[in-house]
Design a protein around this ligand. Structure first.
Ligand code: NAD
Length: 518
């Protein structure tokens, strides 16, 4: 490793195959990296199948629970307590963004992400860039501006009322595997900016990325005791939350719908959720051959980048009959060009081939349904069987079969390179709109049309939190320049923008000054 990198990080993702060592991930508790690690989980390199990491399998979490009491409910800072911390955090962001801009550090994180969550170089670089630009956005005074308050005159002399953004205090963040850098970093920084002290848990398959980034933040001036970091199994984290539900003042969860639901009950609703995506795209009636290449390319990107393991991945594609003959063959051709060598398609970390095949077989029992392309395992690879390895796949279902008894199985989120395609005509618009109404997840959506009246019809009757509209519309987007998150649920969290940080990580407090004169 290059000297400055060696100073900050503890593993080298570029090691040559014959020199590779197994890296030990550590927990961080009240500013100390844990030394004694009795129990560990061994993590396999998803491409080669070799043991790559040892990650603590923490079962004794009593010290983490004790630490919840060390941060008061008024937070580490708020607009009238320790305001210098807003400036300090702006400085940490500035320093981290500068270091992340160095080519060697940028490449370090790209490679590290790719080792644990194999996706193409472009996708890994995108994640590092979003994280860097986010840190640039919150360099300097922009952290304090997040906590901007307002004032209204009172009824008489000496009375004035002010609204403040207040922290929650001790909070908890649970992050999934698919964006190992971006999701935990953006949520942790947002939590800290607003004055909270987080305990962070990232999926053990990928938590090494956040571990290394935490070392970078500490190197950049973040007090090491501002964040606790635990590695453990999901159910152990569930138990930790259950036992400390009165101390955790807010849990921010990103992951599956089932776990989100369970944690909602455990925390008595003190939760902000970024949960599953069964994201839809509708291609409108205004077929235009000059747009066909672009629309097809965007559909392929949305459905199959990162092997479909994006919460914003296109799961359900409605294609107007006018586009069918041109678009569907293009999709098939683009999917066939995806290759394991450059990780345009790769390991599927939470679905096995068997599960995908069973799901496809179940859908094929619907009369008239058929595989448009894909549908088979990837051949000639070393991906261990605990992970999936499947061709980019599309299954077509007739429009008149998508509601009723079939709806539930059709709208099951497959976290892999898989999408449902439905061809519709103008006369089917009621079925289309009823389907969109019945889908329970409201994360991302796309209305691919430049017909303003068609856009209006769809936008007015749907609620997805991040919706693109227009001929270039997509379902996957870059969360540092626009709000990203579900809508239509009072528990919805957001990520990336000032509004997302303010609404997820702070609550409103009103202080009414009433000092006289008598
Ligand atoms: P998951 O719910 O199994 O795991 C997510 C995290 O929760 C992991 O860190 C896991 O260890 C932890 N966890 C699991 N069980 C737990 C429990 N009982 N108590 C506490 N923590 C627990 O999700 P996954 O399958 O690994 O991730 C994919 C899912 O996440 C998909 O449904 C995807 O759509 C969703 N996702 C959503 C967003 C978003 O922004 N909305 C982003 C990424 C992923």
């Amino acid at each position: 490793m290059r000297a400055p990198i060696k100073k900050i990080f503890t593993l080298d993702p570029f090691e040559k195959k014959e020199e590779r060592q197994i890296h030990q991930v550590q927990n961080l508790i009240w500013g100390e990296w844990t030394k004694e690690l009795k129990e560990n989980e061994e993590i396999l390199d998803p491409v080669s199948g070799e043991i790559f990491l040892r990650v603590p399998n923490t079962t004794d979490f009593s010290e983490y629970i004790k630490n919840f009491d060390k941060c008061p409910k008024s937070g580490l800072h708020n607009p009238i307590k320790n305001p210098e911390r807003y400036l300090m955090l702006g400085e940490v962001s500035r320093n981290a963004s500068r270091i992340l801009k160095e080519k060697s550090v940028e490449q370090y994180f790209c490679k590290l992400i790719q080792r644990v969550m194999p996706k193409s170089k472009g996708q890994c670089l995108g994640e590092v860039e979003v994280t860097r630009v986010f840190l640039e956005n919150f360099s300097g005074d922009n952290v304090r501006f997040l906590a901007r308050s307002f004032s209204n005159p009172g009824n008489y002399l000496g009375q004035e009322t002010s609204g403040y953004r207040w922290p929650f205090g001790s909070v908890c963040i649970i992050a999934p595997f698919n964006f190992p850098l971006e999701i935990p970093v953006l949520q942790v920084m947002g939590a800290l900016f607003m004055g909270n002290r987080p305990l962070v848990k990232v999926d053990s398959k990928v938590s090494v990325v956040f571990e290394q980034f935490l070392r970078l933040l500490i190197h950049c001036g973040l007090p090491a005791s501002d964040v606790d970091f635990i590695n453990c199994k999901g159910e152990v984290m569930g138990e930790l939350i259950k036992r400390s539900k009165n101390q955790i003042r807010l849990l921010q969860f990103t992951g599956s719908k089932e776990v989100a639901q369970r944690l909602s009950l455990e925390t008595f609703g003190k939760i902000k959720i970024e949960d599953a995506g069964f994201d839809w795209k509708i291609i409108g009636p205004d077929y235009d051959p000059k747009w066909a290449k672009h629309v097809a390319w965007q559909c392929d990107e949305d459905a199959y980048n990162a092997s479909g393991q994006k919460c914003s991945a296109q799961s359900f594609l409605f294609v107007h009959k006018n586009w069918e003959k041109d678009l569907l063959p293009r999709l098939k051709e683009l999917a066939s060009k995806r290759k394991l060598e450059n990780l345009d398609v790769g390991p599927i970390l939470t679905w096995t081939n068997q599960q995908i095949i069973e799901h496809i077989d179940c859908l094929l029992t619907i009369p008239g349904s058929k595989i448009l392309f894909g549908g088979k395992k990837l051949l000639n690879n070393t991906i261990p069987p605990i992970y999936g390895s499947f061709q980019p796949t599309a299954l077509e279902i007739p429009i008149d079969k998508i509601l009723g008894d079939n709806f539930k199985k059709i709208t099951k989120e497959v976290f892999g390179p898989f999408q449902i395609i439905v061809v519709y005509e103008d006369k089917n618009m009621q079925i289309v709109k009823k389907t969109l109404e019945n889908i329970s997840q409201n994360l991302t959506a796309a209305v691919v049309s430049n017909d303003v009246l068609f856009q209006q019809e769809i936008l007015a009757s749907t609620v997805n939190g991040t919706t693109y509209s227009g001929m270039k519309a997509r379902t996957t987007g870059a969360p540092q320049n626009h709000w990203f998150g579900p809508s239509g649920d009072p528990r919805s969290a957001g990520i990336g923008t000032p509004e997302a940080i303010i609404s997820t990580w702070s609550s409103h407090r009103e202080i009414i000054k009433d000092v006289g004169p008598l």
